[in-house]
Design a binder for this molecule. Structure first.
Ligand code: KIV
Length: 273
């Protein structure tokens, strides 16, 4: 293990502790990480869930989308990240087309858990994935359903835009959320969703909901680590906030992010749609 000397407080985070946090209205703080050194810092700051996201294709590998990321890439970064964690729950992204068929999804999900050390996997899609989610969760693979903006669909979407603004799209997203919950997801992630719609979804479902660009009325927030440190090149998404700029060092920036999620000062209105 490659852990921080500053041990994070409390027992390891589990699926049931995330559920308890929702019940007790304690906001869940989540961040991405891709290696042991950052994972140890993120963990020491009190982050509850660490995601080895396929965003690594863009922020680590310099690709223009998440589509080329492979299961091997995620396993490599997951193993490294796992070595840095003591408390946070480790979630791993299932890359593009790695869960197109049920047997393939089980095989790849199991690899992320057995070889990568992940405790939960995340996959994109709503209603259409419900059967697959049931197949995976009933075989012991905890799943986070990712709806709203789904970056793996970029070549069909044609751009990274807010989803669910029109009434039909909003109703469809509610149906997606309900179907994923009925299928057994343990966590729901909403990306780039109008704050009012995210609030409605969070009120209707029975599992913890985390948001990125989904406003304050969800059960927790997630950001890409490099956005929190202000080092992602190019145009900054509206929901991103550079905590390093106001704190001046990495441990304080990460603690400031976790504190801002807990006391709901992040996201502020300027980060919402
Ligand atoms: O891959 C990733 O980092 C993600 C976040 C945007 C939530 O899915």
């Amino acid at each position: 293990m490659y852990v921080s000397s500053q041990a994070p407080e409390g027992p390891p985070v589990s699926v049931s502790s995330l559920r308890k946090m929702r019940e007790e209205s304690t906001p869940i703080a989540c961040l991405t990480a891709y290696d042991a050194s950052f994972a140890a810092r993120v963990d020491a700051a009190g982050t509850d869930v660490v995601l080895v996201g396929d965003s690594l294709g863009m922020v680590v590998q310099g690709l223009s989308s998440t589509v080329p990321v492979t299961v091997e890439d995620i396993i490599y970064h997951c193993r490294a990240t796992a070595r840095g964690l003591q408390r946070a729950l480790l979630m791993a992204d299932m890359p593009f087309a790695s869960y197109a068929m049920p047997e393939q999804a089980i095989r790849n999900g199991a690899r992320l858990m057995q070889e990568g050390g992940a405790q939960m996997v995340k996959l994109e899609g709503g209603l259409l994935q419900a059967e697959l989610v049931h197949f995976m969760t009933s075989r012991g693979i905890p799943v986070c359903g990712h709806i709203g903006l789904q970056p793996q669909f970029i070549h069909r979407l044609g751009g990274y835009r807010v989803q669910g603004r029109e009434r039909d799209a909003a109703e469809a997203m509610l149906d997606d959320a309900r179907a994923l919950c009925e299928a057994g997801v343990d966590l729901l992630l909403l990306e780039c969703v109008p704050a009012e719609l995210a609030k409605r979804i969070t009120g209707e479902v029975s599992v913890p909901v985390i948001g990125i660009g989904a406003g304050p009325d969800v059960d927790g927030q997630i950001l890409v680590l490099y956005d929190v440190l202000g080092i992602t090149p190019g145009r900054k998404p509206r929901f991103a906030k550079d905590f390093l700029a106001e704190t001046g060092n990495i441990p304080d920036a990460l603690s400031a992010y976790v504190a801002a999620v807990r006391d709901k000062t992040y996201p502020a209105p300027e980060h919402c749609f």
